[in-house]
Design a protein around this ligand. Structure first.
Ligand code: IPE
Ligand code: IPE
Ligand code: MG
Length: 258
């Protein structure tokens, strides 16, 4: 948006792609002396609020970290209950998402899920594939290192097959094989729950993403907090390694980044 407000400050900029680590469900439940699962259920409602907000605001892409490759190591009863919740959400929400023009996709290692879940994931993706209002990517059984390793494996396979030379492997090519390769990387990263770490989320894709952290626990996440993140984002200058003067002169658009 190139327009300039009367004060001379640039018009508010909206991130095209938001990625969120939805953390703090367990602590939210603990504070209420309830089982962790109650927190996960409340977290699912916060997911719906977040999708509503992003649709209202015209955000083109939303990527949510639902379950990490490391989360498989949690107590079996919590993993089982999370899978049940995930399955229920797939059954309940996909119709409505489809009706609202949301394209649903899953990133991560789906070979670790039960067949019933994989089947629903595939179906949801196929059904919503042509939707264009917003792309909702759910990271489930996802790990950033695993994502990069799998991309490297695909290139190695091509080299072994003789269809790719090692000297053709570069950033751009590897970047075509990681998750979400067909969309611009996240502009804004949000993590709730008070911890200021990436926890193996989109390691490759977050290289130049603006990071925003809040103490708010995920089940309490709402439009007001999301608006705070958007306001903060709008006031930031993204330099992509260049200088402020270069950015003002529109250099970023000419450079290879993001
Ligand atoms: C995030 O909340 C949800 C998942 C990782 C599945 P947590 O379950 O990690 O909640 P805390 O961090 O223990 O409070
Ligand atoms: C990150 O949260 C993963 C998800 C929100 C799905 P974790 O709760 O697993 O992260 P750590 O263990 O605090 O780093
Ligand atoms: Mg956590």
């Amino acid at each position: 948006m190139p327009s300039v407000l009367p004060s001379g400050t640039p018009a508010p900029r909206l991130p095209g792609h938001i990625a969120i680590i939805m953390d703090g469900n367990g602590r939210w439940a603990q504070q209420r002396r309830r089982p962790r699962m109650i927190g996960h259920r409340a977290g699912a409602r916060a997911v719906n609020r977040t999708i509503d907000f992003c649709l209202e605001r015209g955000i083109a892409a939303l990527t949510l970290f639902a379950f990490s490759s490391e989360n498989w190591g949690r107590p079996q009863d919590e993993v089982d209950a999370l899978m049940k919740l995930f399955l229920g959400a797939l059954d309940r929400e996909v119709d409505e998402l489809h009706r609202r023009g949301v394209r649903v996709r899953f990133i991560g290692d789906r070979s670790r899920f039960a067949a019933s879940i994989v089947q629903r994931m595939d179906k949801a993706e196929q059904r919503t594939a042509a939707n264009a209002t917003m792309t909702l990517s759910i990271a489930a059984s996802y790990g950033g290192r695993q994502d990069i390793a799998m991309a490297a494996r695909r290139l190695a396979e091509q080299v072994a097959a003789g269809t790719l030379r090692p000297d053709q492997v570069d950033e751009a090519l590897l970047g075509q094989h990681v998750a979400l390769a067909d969309m611009p990387p996240p502009d804004l990263f949000i993590r709730t729950g008070g911890d200021t770490r990436i926890s193996n989320f989109l390691l490759w894709q977050l290289a130049y993403t603006e990071l925003w952290f809040t103490e708010v626990l995920w089940p309490d996440f709402d439009a007001a907090i999301l608006q705070q993140a958007l306001d903060d984002y709008a006031g930031r200058e993204r330099r992509f390694g260049l200088t402020s003067a270069q950015i003002a002169a529109g250099k970023a658009a000419e450079s290879a980044l993001p």
